[in-house]
Design a protein around this ligand. Structure first.
Ligand code: SAM
Length: 234
């Protein structure tokens, strides 16, 4: 099943499989995405909450984000190569899960835990591959430690993190693994054109709602595409 929602001029969301939809689309400047990592992640974010979260989950008191549903495509190895062929810049989260599939690039690190929490078996940070450059750049955002119960997606990225990513790129943004739409909200907040694709109806609906709310902000604007420069024959 597929569906297209035009949230605003320059902001279009697709419900469906990106591998089928992408061949029908063109004209993106940058891919900023957080695909399935191929790690069969246990998405029950509250399993370490001393039983409290788990009992709330069983009684249906929590949103789907903490419900432990598997992420589509996460059960088999993920090959991100096809994403490097779209647009002129790519940022792909989950780099350390598929390091041999991507060429040299810059490393973006999201530090997601307090220093005091370092050293447990839980991940302290996540990595992204950026096609431009070769440095290592860090961004600290600890909000995911606090707001597991209000997220719309189990692996939702914080908005400030996605804005930081998008500001490293230029032009229109594509996220073919949109989830709950964090890349889209960040893109729209920054005035960028955005196209998102998501295969799961419940996350697609959440993304439509969040991006629509972002578009309705009074300071909403979308950058017009720059006309291509003509080469003059002298
Ligand atoms: C890691 S999550 C993205 C989470 C997102 N960054 C957020 O902040 O909400 C990856 C998403 O890709 C979706 N997905 C997996 N395979 C897909 C496919 N072939 N086409 C479109 N979406 C897909 C999954 O349903 C999942 O929501």
């Amino acid at each position: 099943m597929s569906r297209i929602e035009t949230i605003a001029d320059g902001v279009t969301l697709y419900l469906g499989d990106c591998r089928e939809i992408l061949p029908t689309l063109t004209g993106f400047d940058a891919v900023v995405t957080d695909p399935p990592y191929g790690i069969a992640l246990n998405t029950n974010n509250l399993r370490f909450s001393g039983g409290k979260g788990e009992s709330q989950r069983r009684r249906g008191k929590l949103s789907g984000t903490a419900g432990g549903d598997p992420i589509a495509g996460d059960q088999e190895p993920f090959d991100p190569t096809f994403l490097t062929e779209i647009g002129s810049q790519q940022i792909i989260w989950g780099w350390h899960n598929f390091p041999n599939s991507l060429p040299r690039g810059a490393c973006l690190i999201w530090i997601k835990r307090f220093d005091e929490a370092f050293g447990s078996f839980l991940s302290d940070a996540e990595t992204a591959w950026f096609s431009k450059g070769h440095g290592v750049y860090c961004f600290r955002d600890l909000s995911n430690m606090a707001d597991a119960k209000i997220r719309v997606h189990p692996t939702q990225k914080p908005l400030p993190l996605m804005k930081w990513c998008i500001e490293k790129t230029t032009g229109s943004i594509l996220d073919p693994f949109m989830g709950g739409g964090s890349t889209g909200v960040a893109a729209v907040n920054l005035g960028r054109r955005f196209t998102g694709i998501e295969i799961e109806q419940k996350y697609f609906d959440a993304a439509c709602r969040r991006i629509d709310e972002a578009v309705k902000q009074p300071d909403f604007f979308i950058e017009k595409p720059r006309p291509k420069q003509e080469t003059l024959e002298l």
